[in-house]
Structure formats: structure tokens, C-alpha cells
Write a protein that binds this ligand. Structure first.
Ligand SMILES: [Zn+2]
Length: 285
């Protein structure tokens, strides 16, 4: 994938709540990618692993820059590796400085791991998060009902809030990364204590009579329940489609959401960054 050729004007303080800059697509010019992120005004990047190896890579990136924070977990695609990675993953989370467990969940679109493998890995990692009082980063694709039922049961164990260990009192219990459900489901997740994360796909035009559901969600949920993310290197927002995604482009998503809602981009950037700081229990400068 080619790098975007133009970059948006900065929105100071904004946070990319879900990135995979460890991905090989972003390897060759990784330091330039980070430089562009800081120039675009980002105050933090949440770097998310999908298995043992990439969770370690996320932790290494976080070690190198205080503005990067790592999340460790086994993605539903990788759930079949639970048996071989479980012990080390458990150790990694216990010893490391991770801000959440993720991304974890269910993906019945690709089914790279069986339903049973996915559910087993998901449930075990929800327990792991609870044990360490960490929020969870959820991936759910074509699995709305199953994911919601599992999270509802988990939320009843956790309660509406998790304690914060570094500052403040309490925080949400997790985030729905790249949320793809409708606004009614978003509302039900907010009630359980989760935040809803809006990716670059919100900028994509509706096809025919198919309205872009993400736009409904971004319009209807309160800003206090929203996060913004790139999920880079994929899901590049308009007007950079066809190019590689990277954290700097989260600014385009913020500007688009602001326009949808009739709010100032600075407000959207600030409130969603505040939400991320509380969820992940991080400070930024
Ligand atoms: Zn992701």
C-alpha cells in the first residue's frame, strides 16, 4: 500500500484509540509515520496487538515513546493459537505495562478460527482482564448477538465501572473497536459501560439505499461515549482511500464526525481524547 500524499491540518490533542503501526505495511517508514502523527496533533496512540508476537511488538513501541500505549491480546482470527500462547500471554499481561486486553472478540465473517475456539479465547481473556482490572478492546464482526450476550454477562460481573489505578476513580469497562452495529446496539453497549469507537469507514459514502450505519451511530451517541480510531493500516478515511492508513489520518475522521454532528472539530477531538485518557488510565502532555 502506498503512503498518503497529503496530510490533514493538525487537531491538537487528538488520540488514535486503535492502531497497528507494528504492521509490516508501516515498517519501512515507521519513524516518519510517528512524526506525522505528532505533527497532526496526536497526543497518544493506542497500539494494539493481535497475538503474542504483535502484543510484544506493541509493548516495545510503547517502551520507546511515552505517547504510545500498548494493548495485549489474541484476536479472534488467532484464537486457534490459545493453547500454545496462553501461558506466555498471561505472563506478558501480568508483567507488562498494558493499558487494556485486546483486541479480543468474535469474527463470524472470516471464521479463521472455529466458533468454539473463538469463544474459548474470548472468555478466557475477559477473565484475564478482570483479574488485572483492565478494560477490554473488542472486535466483533458478523457476531453482534453472540458478542453482546458474552459482554453483558461479563459486565454484570465487573459492574458499570472499573477502578482506575493511576489517577481518578473509575472508568468505562471497555471499547467496541470499529463499531459496526446500529445505533440501538451502540446505546445498549453504552448502558453496559462500554465506549463506542468510530473508524475511518464513517467517511465512506452510503451505497444506493444502504445508508452508512456508522454515520447514524456517530450522529446519535453522546460525544462522551465516543472514541476515534484508525485501525491502521486499513480502513483509510476519505479523501485518502486507496492509500495506506496511519494514525495522522484520524484527524480526517474527527473532522467528518464534527461536520455530521454540527460541532467544532476541536470539541470532537478534545472530548474523544478525554474519553481515551480515562478508559486507558493514561496522561498526555
Ligand atoms: Zn484492530
Amino acid at each position: 500500500m502506498k503512503s498518503a500524499t497529503t496530510f490533514p491540518e493538525s487537531l491538537p490533542g487528538i488520540i488514535d484509540s486503535h492502531a497497528h503501526t507494528w504492521d509490516k505495511e508501516l515498517h519501512n517508514d515507521h519513524s516518519a509515520v510517528l512524526e506525522r502523527s505528532w505533527s497532526a496533533g496526536l497526543s497518544a496512540i493506542i497500539e494494539v496487538g493481535v497475538d503474542l508476537k504483535t502484543s510484544r511488538q506493541a509493548a516495545e513501541l510503547a517502551d520507546q515513546d511515552p505517547r504510545i500505549h500498548a494493548v495485549a491480546g489474541l484476536h479472534p482470527h488467532e484464537a486457534k493459537h490459545l493453547g500454545t500462547q496462553k501461558a506466555e500471554l498471561e505472563q506478558l499481561v501480568a508483567d507488562g505495562d498494558f493499558v487494556a486486553v485486546g483486541e479480543i472478540g468474535l469474527d463470524f465473517f472470516r471464521n479463521f478460527s472455529s466458533t468454539e475456539e473463538q469463544e474459548r479465547a474470548f472468555s478466557w481473556q475477559l477473565e484475564l482482564a478482570l483479574e488485572h482490572s483492565l478494560p477490554v478492546v473488542i472486535h466483533s464482526r458478523e457476531a453482534d448477538d453472540a458478542t453482546y450476550e458474552i459482554l453483558k454477562a461479563w459486565a454484570s460481573q465487573v459492574g458499570r465501572y472499573l477502578p482506575r489505578t493511576k489517577q481518578g476513580d473509575e472508568r468505562p469497562i471497555g471499547m467496541l473497536h470499529c463499531f459496526s452495529g446500529d445505533s440501538a446496539l451502540a446505546q445498549r453497549y453504552l448502558e453496559l459501560g462500554f465506549l463506542i469507537s468510530i473508524p475511518g469507514t464513517v467517511t465512506y459514502p452510503s451505497k444506493g439505499t444502504n445508508k452508512n450505519r456508522g454515520q447514524d451511530v456517530a450522529q446519535s451517541i453522546p460525544l462522551t461515549g465516543m472514541l476515534l480510531e484508525t485501525d491502521c493500516p486499513y480502513l483509510t478515511p476519505v479523501p485518502h482511500r486507496g492509500y495506506r492508513n496511519e494514525p495522522a489520518l484520524v484527524v480526517e475522521t474527527a473532522r467528518f464526525v464534527a461536520q455530521l454532528r454540527g460541532e467544532q472539530p476541536e470539541i470532537v477531538a478534545n472530548v474523544t481524547a478525554d474519553n481515551a485518557r480515562v478508559l486507558f488510565d493514561i496522561t498526555t502532555t
